[in-house]
Design a protein around this ligand. Sequence first.
Ligand SMILES: Nc1ncnc2c1ncn2[C@@H]1O[C@H](COP(=O)(O)OP(=O)(O)OP(=O)(O)O)[C@@H](O)[C@H]1O
Length: 360
Amino acid sequence: MIAVDVAHAQGDFRLEAAFAGGAGITALFGPSGSGKSTVIGLVAGLVRPDRGRIALGERVLVDTAAGIHVPRHRRRVGVVFQDSLLFPHFSVRSNLLFGRWFAPPAERRVELGPVVDTLGIGALLGRRPATLSGGERQRVAIGRALMASPRLLLMDEPLAALDLERRLEILPLIERLRDEFAIPILYVSHAVEEVARLADRVVVLDRGRVAAVGAPDDVLKPSRGVAGDRFAVASVLTGRIGEVDAAYGLTPVRHPAGTIWLSGAIDAPGRAVRVVVRGTDVALATSLPRNVTIRTALAGTVDAVATGAGPNATVDVRLDGGDVLTAVVTRKAVDDLGLDAGDRVHALVKAVALDERFQV
Ligand SMILES: Nc1ncnc2c1ncn2[C@@H]1O[C@H](COP(=O)(O)OP(=O)(O)OP(=O)(O)O)[C@@H](O)[C@H]1O
């Protein structure tokens, strides 16, 4: 468990944040410049806070009042950045083994074999970093951080430099290492799908302050602190996978409010799945439109409509079965349709917006 309570100024920016992260993945989420990387730097020991305390379990890493500032190499905190630097003249194997030196021999709990297996990098061990693709380099960087048997792993936008295909390959590996190595992870990301899928707990930062803390389903709602960034609004729906439509390459997810179609085939009938839906990918209709390309129409009742002075509005729809789906629509559409709490609506979601590999 990591507990952070710090104040730190750099230039005009002032961070004043207190939060705690437990087992599993704690996501730090928020707009650019909100202070996410600054928090990572403070926990990693790259930056010394003006004031505050950082503790990892029983161990105090920073306590400015007591004059404690554990140097970074003694923190037992692993760090993976967007572009992690590997040692260019070492093989992948040597890069991985290098990580071990950061753990005192008695505390080396992570072995090379399981790391290589989990990350699927066995074929790369003899190669030099320059010969690796971006995705391969990132896997090795994650492996090297793991080899230090860290008590906490910091991941600062670890997938941001990769294309969608590579991101989708590495995402399940991050889940596996969370589960198999049981190392708590503090994970910085801009991407709402990543946060919704990975995080056990989300800390939303906004202009250096903690705007919200909670489970992804609760926090990734606009009314709970991420207003202003319409692309940061997402909902998580739970359903069961049906039989793949092989002719069209679609997977149906059965939900009490209707069938959610995913673009792509997941051959796992009966498996429970969480589907992450961005608010900007949802349209609302007061009657079921017939001649429309969208195949997914979920029935529900408007719970709340939030409008401000801006052009956009958010509409929380309580779907049949209980899940809440938030739609980001224009304020004009809300007025034109006269949408209000209690109205029955159909929430329309484009299947092509739901990449099946982002679902859990
Ligand atoms: N060394 C520095 N000197 C002065 N200001 C800094 C310094 N480092 C960062 N800042 C400022 O501190 C603020 C927070 O930066 P930080 O990198 O923590 O944000 P972030 O949430 O990680 O952003 P992003 O998502 O864009 O990476 C920004 O306004 C940034 O310009």
